[in-house]
Design a protein around this ligand. Structure first.
Ligand code: NAD
Length: 380
């Protein structure tokens, strides 16, 4: 197939959807690869490396879009990018924030088949394609490094001639992919770590990383049938605020990662809790993109309030563009191979991965989640 890799144009984005090593792999499988000039530059993959792999460098963006069968991208497409898509072509990338009326109109007019990387179900068969997890893992790692940069204290225990300095204490709220990576990273830096999650199933994983699990009278029913966290009752949230408030005051760093699929992130750190934290503490709010887990987070900004630094971090994977591109590259290529594994390249809509991730097929909406408008926060 003719595959096109455009340059990412989202502000501050440094990643590229396919790195030269993976380009070689796709070319060996008989595909043709067209890459926009400079697409890999910010991730330290120069055009020369793609050329050497056998890809064609295209300087005219419109030409790239009009000559291919499949576009592979990372950031959701902007309207003018969609307008450049060739009739009947396929688009693969993150899509959620692009799912507007304009999107569906253009998909329909141009009979586009589109796949959303974030809709790939998190099942064991799809692990190698799970870009959401790859990127969340980078975010969890980076969150700890940012915290270490802002905290006016050492992370590890330091025994010096000037005295013994106890290790920093880190609280991670939400022990999913990002949270577990944050725990592992903070532990590697020598911090004392504790973590809280509504899903009791993660206690063992938290403990296996050397962190302490914050116990609470957990609700037995914390997961949806698809394995995502459920929205908690008001009573539960009240109790959670008490517990987190108590733990946050004992820790120097709080990393929050709690999210609810398709909804605004739950508020776990109220301004009252921030007021009770030690001066100089740091909150890294990984859920800033979904509104934030901290009541006073300002997405995209680092603010200092009540003596606490609150970082509303956005797009952390782009701050590690070399490895983030390599991981995404592998994920999207495995996904592409999965979609078109049949000899006649016919999509198999009986397959859960294909079915869940396909948003439009030949211009028509085929995705149940999208139909029910889950990304707008409508309960399903
Ligand atoms: P995940 O679904 O794997 O983990 C989220 C965890 O939060 C789950 O374990 C869930 O049980 C827990 N949770 C939900 N409600 C909770 C509550 N009330 N109290 C405690 N825990 C609760 O998600 P993930 O892939 O690890 O992503 C975590 C967050 O990081 C998301 O908000 C995601 O959007 C964000 N993220 C941010 C960036 C960035 O650059 N800022 C990049 C990637 C991911």
């Amino acid at each position: 197939m003719k595959i096109g890799i455009p340059k990412e144009i989202y502000k501050g984005e440094k990643r590229v959807a396919i790195i030269p090593k993976i380009a070689t792999h796709l070319l060996k499988e008989g595909h043709e690869l067209f890459i926009e000039a400079g697409a890999g530059e910010k991730a330290c993959f120069p055009d020369a490396e793609y050329k050497q792999a056998g890809a064609v460098i295209v300087t005219d963006t419109q030409l790239l879009y009009s000559g291919i069968e499949v576009i592979m991208k990372i950031q959701p497409p902007q309207k003018h990018e969609l307008e450049m898509l060739k009739n009947g072509s396929t688009y693969i990338g993150f899509l959620s924030s692009a799912l507007t009326d304009d999107f569906f109109k253009l998909m329909s007019e141009k009979s586009i088949t589109s796949f959303a990387m974030e809709f790939i179900p998190r099942i064991s068969r799809s692990q190698s394609m799970d870009a959401l997890s790859s990127m969340a893992s980078i975010a969890g790692y980076r969150a700890v490094l940012i915290a270490a940069q802002y905290l006016g204290k050492f992370f590890p225990l330091m025994m010096t001639a000037a005295g013994t300095i106890p290790p920093a204490r880190v609280l991670v709220v939400g022990a999913g992919v990002a949270g577990l990576q944050a725990i592992a990273t903070a532990r590697r830096l020598g911090a004392r770590v504790e973590a809280f999650d509504t899903r009791p199933a993660v206690k063992e994983q938290v403990e296996s990383l050397g962190a302490q699990f914050v116990e609470m009278e957990l609700v037995a029913d914390a997961e949806t049938s698809t394995g995502y966290a459920k929205e908690m009752t008001e009573e539960f949230m009240k109790r959670e605020h008490e517990i987190i408030g108590d733990r946050a005051a004992q820790n120097h760093v709080v990393i929050t990662t709690a999210q609810l699929f398709g909804k605004r992130a739950p508020i776990l750190i109220t301004e009252e809790i921030v007021k009770k934290m030690q001066k100089g503490s740091v909150i890294i709010d990984l859920a800033a993109e979904q509104g934030g887990n901290c009541e006073i987070t300002e997405p995209g900004k680092n603010i200092c309030k009540h003596g606490v630094t609150i970082c509303g971090v956005l797009n952390l994977p782009s701050t590690l563009p070399i490895d983030a591109s390599a991981m995404y590259s592998r994920n999207i290529t495995e996904f592409f191979k999965h979609l078109y594994m049949a000899e006649d390249r016919k999509l198999d809509f009986e397959d859960k991965i294909t079915k869940n991730s396909c948003v439009t097929y030949n211009g028509k909406i085929v995705n149940d989640h999208v139909r029910k408008a889950i990304w707008k926060g409508v309960d399903t």
